[in-house]
Design a protein around this ligand. Structure first.
Ligand code: 5GP
Ligand code: ZN
Length: 131
């Protein structure tokens, strides 16, 4: 897609540090990492969110993370864990589907904070989701 930064990265029009690629997906380094080794997994074909990305792509992406990327991060960077995250619409800066792979280290200070004041009680949310 024209004017999409990640499509340009796929095509090599914008440089990136590529870690893995095949005919369906590309894994490359996040230019602004949250921790050492923060990677992004993207489909080569443009899609936007989880909802318009095929099961095949998502399954393949996670297979590659399980088989190749997480083991690589453990072996080479000695991470103690891996956070797998994916923003859709709100919170999604780049409108090309991507999965964040954030290696975790003891005392890395990575903090996903929530405003507890805004949390509505469990029963209310449960009713909205099921009734
Ligand atoms: P989002 O907020 O959309 O879930 O995450 C987008 C991510 O893409 C951000 O973490 C940001 O650092 C990364 N990013 C944005 N532009 C570029 C770029 O040109 N190259 C690379 N390698 N990463 C980028
Ligand atoms: Zn794109």
């Amino acid at each position: 897609m024209e004017d999409c930064i990640f499509c340009k990265i796929v095509k090599g029009e914008i440089p990136s540090k590529r870690i893995y690629e095949d005919d369906q997906i590309l894994v490359f380094m996040n230019i602004n990492p949250s921790t050492n080794g923060h990677l992004l997994v993207i489909p080569k074909e443009h899609s936007i969110t989880f909802l318009d990305t095929s099961n095949e792509i998502i399954t393949h992406s996670l297979d590659i993370v399980r088989e190749k990327i997480y083991p690589l991060l453990k072996e080479r960077l000695h991470c103690s864990g891996l956070t797998i995250a994916q923003n859709n619409e709100l919170g999604q800066e780049i409108k090309h589907y991507h999965i964040h792979l954030t290696p975790r280290y003891e005392d890395d200070g990575l903090d996903i904070s929530y405003d507890k004041e805004k949390i509505i009680d469990l029963d209310t949310i449960y009713e909205k989701l099921t009734k």
